[in-house]
Design a protein around this ligand. Structure first.
Ligand code: AMP
Length: 549
């Protein structure tokens, strides 16, 4: 076979091209930040691009080289955006760090990444002061603050972001290099073992951004005023800082202020049309709306993911507030978008209740992400919406391995990445996660998916948050235990909550017991920390334990 080469220009897909485009074609479009101090800062793509180029000069002057890792510990803000673009733009690697990690993990990942410089928000300076003597590779720290908001510090080699860029040339000749060059690094939160680094490339980032802009996913577009709630330190804020530049959407950053009132204020004042966040944040917003009777007039649609969107949340947002929900699934290793829940044309012909059933699922296959489910021997399972197994993925914005080879060869022999999630796929391509593989409850040789049980419990008006875990049972191996947090003012009893499940799930799936807690433990990315709950309830005696069934 003799193949013929196409005659198209070879232009590498580079991250610098995104912000250059935004400045050139949408220069006046606003970028709004609620600062740590809570005031509102306004700028534009043109201004951010100018400052990004100044920062690129500053980085070069500091001695940053292509391939260097440069860490950030910061909330969502315009300065963090400038660091995103300047670092990757010069060919260095942006390492976004989750400040909610334990100190030991922070030290581990900064040393593992060998970060040469750190950009930190002023509120994280005390944290870095505590860790500094364990970070021998860090040569300098830039505080992402104005001069008059620089904190007192004992740290050496500290720079102020504004002083650092002031007076630098406003044009930077972005280098042109292979689009497969590493652009950014993000560590998985690793509830067991050390965090592992996911290393994105310019190419994967740019094509993932196109995906984020497409109408069947988050559909970010130029008319949007986008509130980026999902943190820039977790999976690139779902790619939104790149996607927004690609289409010139207005960007709004909430800083650290994610309580219902602060978020609602921004939605109103900035005419927010689209947003993305994990369910716990939406929960806070919905509670605030319920308490105050306020509405979400401008908000057209939201993406919910990170953990399962409770069906009651989807229904409330759509019916009570007129906001369309896109339930999305993905992971750090997937840049992160994997599936999105914009319903297909045919699905919109279905009765409302069936549409809601589809929205409970984590979305459907999108171009760029191949999906399959397999059994424990790697054999493909039926796409019938019933069979469930290990979810495997493949595509150009999915990791082929971890930074520095940690974890060894992660792909299967055919090049598929094991997500660690257990899921069903149906004939229409909708995917539903039943559980993380390690959270599945094994009862009498059968599997019980905790997410479905959690979804039912969340429908009860007295439940604010919940988790279902498997605990030891003498006859069945494991049985489900429901751990729930009551909503303020509710005094729902365990028996009432169990009764609420009647007719909603198969009888043998019913939790064997309910325990109410004041709060649930969370991972640094806002997921319920089930490993901690399993440890805490390892010796819990189920009321059914002595009962012959
Ligand atoms: P992370 O890499 O921290 O973003 O976590 C990725 C994991 O979060 C996935 O493998 C899933 O277990 C979980 N996850 C993400 N989105 C969803 C969702 N919509 N429903 C259920 N689990 C989700």
């Amino acid at each position: 076979m003799s193949l013929m080469r196409g005659l198209m220009m070879e232009m590498p897909l580079l991250i610098s091209s995104l912000i250059r485009y935004a400045a050139e074609y949408h220069g006046g479009r606003e970028i709004v930040t609620r600062t740590i101090e809570k005031d509102i800062h306004r700028t534009t793509y043109a201004e951010v691009y100018r400052r990004t180029q100044q920062l690129a000069h500053a980085l070069t002057a500091l001695g940053a080289e292509p391939g260097d890792r440069i860490g950030t510990i910061g909330w969502n803000s315009h300065r963090h955006l400038e660091v995103y673009y300047a670092v990757s733009g010069i060919g260095a690697i942006l390492h976004t760090i989750n400040p909610r990690l334990f100190a030991d993990q922070l030290v581990y990942i900064m040393n593992h990444a060998e970060d040469r410089f750190l950009f930190v928000d002023s509120s994280f300076v005390p944290l870095i002061e505590q860790l500094a003597d364990k970070l021998p590779k860090v040569e300098g720290i830039v505080v992402m603050a104005a001069e008059d908001r620089m904190p007192e510090t004992t740290l050496a080699n500290v720079h102020c972001h504004e002083t650092l860029i002031a007076g630098r040339p406003e044009h930077y000749d972005w280098p042109r290099f292979d689009e497969n060059t590493a652009s950014s690094l993000c560590y998985t939160s690793g509830t067991t073992g050390n965090p592992k680094g996911v290393l994105y490339s310019h190419r994967s980032t740019v094509i993932h951004s196109w995906c984020v802009c497409s109408a069947d996913t988050l559909g970010i577009n130029n008319r949007d005023s986008l509130l980026v709630i999902v943190p820039m330190f977790h999976a690139n804020a779902w790619g939104t800082p790149y996607a927004a530049a690609m289409c010139g959407a207005k960007l709004v950053f909430p800083g650290p202020h994610l309580d219902g009132q602060s978020v609602h204020e921004l939605i109103e004042s900035e005419g927010i049309t689209a947003s993305a966040a994990v369910p716990t944040v939406w929960l806070g917003i919905l509670q605030y709306l319920e308490e105050t009777g306020k509405t979400l007039d401008t908000l057209e649609r939201v993406a919910i993911g990170g953990t399962a969107a409770p069906p009651v949340m989807v229904r409330t947002l759509q019916e009570a507030y007129g906001v369309r929900v896109c339930h999305a699934w993905g992971m750090t290793e997937m840049s992160p978008l994997g599936t999105t829940g914009v319903l297909k044309g045919e699905s919109l012909m279905l009765p409302k209740e069936e549409q809601y059933k589809l929205q409970e699922k984590q979305g459907r296959g999108i171009y760029g992400v191949d999906l399959k489910i397999v059994d424990d021997d790697g054999e493909p399972l039926a796409r019938d919406g019933v069979a469930f197994g290990n979810l495997m993925v493949r595509g150009p914005w999915i990791s082929s391995g971890y930074f520095k080879g940690e974890g060894g060869d992660v792909l299967d022999p055919d090049g598929w990445f094991p997500t660690g999630d257990v899921a069903t796929l149906d004939a229409e391509g909708y995917m539903q996660i039943t559980d993380r593989a390690k959270d599945v409850i094994k009862s009498g040789g059968e599997w019980i998916g905790s997410i479905e049980l959690e979804n039912v419990a969340m429908e009860h008006p007295g439940v604010a948050e919940c988790a279902v875990i498997g605990v030891k049972h003498p006859k069945w191996d494991e049985r489900p235990l429901l751990l729930a947090v009551r909503r303020p003012g509710s005094n729902v009893t365990p028996a009432e909550l169990l009764g609420f499940f009647a007719g909603k799930v198969a009888k043998w799936w019913l939790p064997d017991d309910v325990v109410f807690l004041d709060e649930l433990p969370h991972t640094p990315t806002g997921k319920v920390l089930k490993t901690a709950l399993r440890e805490r309830f390892a010796d819990h005696v189920l009321p059914t334990a002595g009962v012959a069934e």
